[in-house]
Design a protein around this ligand. Structure first.
Ligand SMILES: *Cc1c(COP(=O)(O)O)cnc(C)c1O
Length: 370
């Protein structure tokens, strides 16, 4: 069976270094808020090109705590509208509703699966205060246009960069476009820990200080609490794993892109819609880092079964959009035809730094014979 994503294989490549890093932490006797976290925060902010990186417990917390910090700083208040793509992973929406802000779900562009400036502009009302721009599947949202729109309307922009570590437009990376950005280092992400981890990047000093306090019981100084905060920290063991893996992120991205380039140029089947940014893929443009290679087909489940029967594991990202979830009952009657069509048709082919060339060739051949 060709696995969708072989995490064991991916991490075994760095096994010696990871074990050394882990041993170093164990022997240091210091497990929370120490040297490994500091090193990761400065390494990752340098990587993204931002002044600050604040390690937190996971990607959802990175988004939730950023919105919460803007509330504490008086930039957002309960009930304010936040624009978010309707086809995102539910975590983006959870971060908004956890803060009692109002998610305004907007249909994505049908071909890039990201927010489009025109539909985003049409959704802005006098209550709109922020845009949560998701770089879905690893492709940057149209950030130059969205930032211009935000500036014209005085909106905050939070990037959900959980799937887009290292993606860039004209050299400016995910995490440094918006006023802040949330990252996840969940094991399956392009930069993955060996457990849960996340971070916020920003150039804003005040925001960074506030998020740091909120994530540490609301405390900016030991035993003094400014806010009713939470405990959301990136521990030393996970930070040490990330310090190892950050060094290899760009090499792994190159592998992802070359697999994507092969899929895009060699899969020729009129029943399958491939990611459309062909030019970008073939030029190895940096806009898309292919966290996922998502194709669409009208007969999605039949295609998935066919691939399974030929030894190829696939995953659906995602089968049910947020507005159709029981958790968001109030939204269940809303109609988002493009989003619903995407959710009915998408299927993710195996992609990742451990996928072998012969596996890529087999996947291409099997897809072409469908
Ligand atoms: C993974 C993911 C998150 C959440 O990250 P966790 O670390 O799992 O909490 C948020 N948004 C998107 C788009 C994601 O893919």
């Amino acid at each position: 069976m060709i696995k969708f994503l072989d995490l064991r294989e991916i991490n075994s490549k760095y096994r010696d270094e990871i074990v050394q890093a882990c041993t170093r932490v164990i022997d240091s006797g210091w497990y929370i808020q120490g040297a490994e976290l500091k090193r990761f925060e400065s390494g990752f902010s340098a990587y993204c090109g931002t002044r600050h990186c604040i390690g937190v417990a996971n990607g959802l917390d990175a988004l939730t705590l950023t919105l919460r910090a803007w509330k504490e700083l008086g930039k957002l208040k309960e009930g304010d509208e936040v624009i978010v793509p309707a086809n995102t992973y539910i975590a983006s929406v959870l971060a908004i509703t956890e803060n009692r802000l109002k998610p305004v779900l907007v249909e994505p562009d049908e071909w890039t699966y990201n927010l489009c400036p025109t539909k985003t502009a049409a959704a802005i009302t006098s209550n709109t205060k922020a845009i949560l721009a998701v770089h879905l599947y690893g492709q940057l949202a149209p950030m130059p246009e969205l930032m211009a729109l935000a500036e014209a309307h005085g909106l905050l922009v939070l990037e959900d960069s959980a799937q887009a570590h290292g993606a860039a437009i004209n050299g400016t990376k995910a995490g440094s476009w918006g006023h802040a950005s949330g990252f996840s280092f969940y094991p399956g992400k392009n930069l993955g820990a060996l457990g849960d981890a996340g971070a916020v990047t920003t150039n804003n000093d005040e925001l960074a200080t506030t998020i740091r306090a909120l994530a540490n019981y609301g405390s900016h100084k030991k035993y003094e609490n400014l806010y009713q905060g939470v405990n959301s920290r990136l521990d030393e063991i996970q930070a040490s794993m990330l310090n190892v893996k950050l060094k290899y992120l760009d090499d792994e991205t190159i592998i992802r892109k070359s697999i994507a380039a092969r899929y895009t140029s060699e899969i020729n089947n009129k029943n399958l819609i491939l990611p459309v940014d062909k030019k970008a893929i073939i030029n190895y443009s940096s806009r898309h880092v292919f966290h996922l290679y998502v194709i669409r087909t009208e007969n999605r489940y039949a295609f998935q079964e066919y691939l399974t029967s030929r030894g190829i594991q696939t995953v659906i990202h995602y089968p049910v959009p947020p507005h159709k979830q029981i958790a968001y009952e109030d939204f269940n009657e809303l109609k988002y035809p493009i989003t619903e069509k995407i959710h009915d048709q998408v299927l993710s082919l195996p992609i990742g730094p451990a996928l072998k060339e012969y596996e890529v060739e087999k996947i291409i051949e099997v897809c072409n014979n469908f």
